[in-house]
Ligand binder design. Structure first.
Ligand code: 5BU
Length: 468
């Protein structure tokens, strides 16, 4: 073990100094075990040390490396000891749609998790979720280094035994014995570890924070349009937004007048209409006033800041003049928000970011979705929320609980439309964190659009009340 520790220090897998961590805090020690892939002898020593820590203690049918650093370690261990190995795909979040776990196994088999180091145990718990989702049973985890910051206890509380080849304390004592560290550095690392014990990580199994009512969200809202939206929802007992995607302007206006009492927000696609002029815009805003709803133009801006300024305020449609809400992709980067904000903020408009889409194969997922949260958090005055499909799975990352989640792809009958649209029913959408349900064909293609809108209004509102 001493030669291994000295070697890890020599190849700078274990470093001492003053390192800024992802969390922003400074640490006197930094562990980067990724480098060991460049040193086959170290890789083998590491996997052997970990095998010794777990051999005879844990019983398992298969092993699974936690991505990414531990994958080569788990592979080395598997090769040397004839173990069956699985791999977890980190990018696949929606288990079931794509394989989250690669390799052959039987449901009910036991699995040993292999990771490089453990701090809070969070990444192990994510892997645990993925393995449990495919019915693998896990009771044991092996790591090279236990940072002694509470991971062992956290894992224990989830029924997992942690086996480690090394602890930080052991590393410090070996390196100091060999004159590689001063007493001062050793003390600073001990102090850092003691001061940075991680609290029990939040996991799905813990009680989720209470869902906020629309009134509570209204009170937290920093944007006028958002406040108005929530207040309208409360006043009309409606979380329904209808997408009136008919091509005839005349028909659109007539239908909006019919269903107006049931909606909190009308969603438009102005560029599908056969007639557009200032008079139509006026008729639409008159209807909005008459029935008390907001107008959301589903324009999906996706250009650079300078161009969206004109697209939003100018052209034939002059969208900013009659809509309360628009939406945008963040593909171009945050400049798109700056451009739209330049036009809309002074007029009390709001912007939704497309965090997810309802269509099959959408690329708005994972880190892209998370980036929209970051952009939203940076623009609390103008970004009012998201187009979301499964917000409960990613909004933990947002600081702002006032933001609204508007969800398209809603129909009482699940299924699709043959062109990629995927439908969920109102109840399941609300249960997954949606605030406003967007219904298009479910209403305007119904035999009686008015009674259909009333039905969706009731279903959405009851689902919301039952979630509270
Ligand atoms: P539908 O008829 O209920 O399928 O209409 C859905 C509406 O929502 C339609 O106007 C789409 O353009 C819009 N939509 C969507 O379906 N999915 C998305 O991810 C986004 C918008 Br963003």
């Amino acid at each position: 073990m001493e030669t291994l520790v000295l070697k890890l220090h020599e190849i700078e897998a274990v470093k001492f100094g003053n390192f800024k961590l992802k969390s922003g805090i400074f640490s006197p020690i930094y562990l980067d075990l990724r480098v060991i892939v460049s040193y086959p002898d170290v890789l083998r020593q590491v996997s052997e040390a970990m095998w010794k820590a777990v051999e005879g203690n844990a019983k398992f049918d298969v092993t699974c490396g936690v991505p990414y650093t531990a994958l080569p370690i788990a592979t080395a261990m598997a090769l040397d000891h004839g173990l069956k190995m699985l791999m977890r795909r980190k990018e696949v979040k929606e288990y079931g749609t794509k394989k989250a776990i690669e390799g052959h196994f039987e449901p009910g088999q036991t699995c040993l998790m292999v990771d490089d180091l453990v701090t809070s145990g969070m990444s192990v718990l994510e892997t645990l979720d993925a393995l449990n989702a495919v019915k693998l049973v896990c009771t044991d985890v092996v790591v090279l280094i236990d940072r002694e910051q509470g991971g062992k206890e956290n894992l224990k509380s989830h029924g997992l035994n942690l086996y480690s080849a090394l602890t930080i304390s052991e590393i410090l004592s070996i390196l100091s014995k060999h004159g590689k560290l001063t007493d001062e550095v050793v003390k600073s690392v001990h102090d850092f570890i003691a001061a940075n014990k991680v609290v029990k990580p939040k996991v799905e199994t813990q009680a989720a924070p209470k869902r906020l009512s629309y009134e509570e969200k209204a009170a937290l809202a920093k944007n006028e349009a958002l406040k108005r939206l929530y207040n309208t929802m409360v006043a009309k007992k409606s979380n329904l937004s209808v997408a009136m995607d008919v091509n005839s302007t005349e028909k659109m206006l007539a239908l909006v007048d019919e269903i107006g009492p049931h909606i909190c927000c009308l969603k438009t696609h102005v560029d599908v209409l056969d007639v557009w002029n200032d008079g139509v815009a006026k008729s639409l805003t008159d209807l909005a006033e008459k029935h008390n709803f907001l107008i959301f133009e589903d324009r999906k801006f996706a250009d650079i800041g300078n161009t969206v300024v004109s697209q939003y305020s100018g052209g034939v449609y002059k969208i900013s003049e009659w809509s309360d809400i628009v939406n945008a992709h963040i593909v171009p980067g945050p400049g798109i928000v700056d451009g739209l904000k330049q036009v809309g903020l002074g007029q009390n408009k709001g912007l939704l970011l497309l965090a997810e889409m309802s269509s099959a194969g959408t690329m708005a997922k994972g880190s892209y979705t998370e980036e929209t949260v970051r952009v939203a958090d940076e623009n609390p005055d103008f970004v009012i929320g998201f187009i979301s499909v499964n917000p409960n799975s990613w909004t933990k990352k947002s600081k702002d609980r006032s933001l609204v989640h508007m969800t398209p792809g809603i129909k009482l009958q699940k299924g699709g439309d043959g062109l990629g649209q995927q439908y969920n029913d109102p109840k399941s959408a609300i249960a997954r964190g949606s605030d406003v349900l967007i219904v298009g064909r479910g209403v305007y293609k119904a035999e009686d659009p008015k009674s259909s809108a009333a039905e969706y209004q009731k279903a959405g509102w009851e689902a919301y009340l039952s979630e509270l």
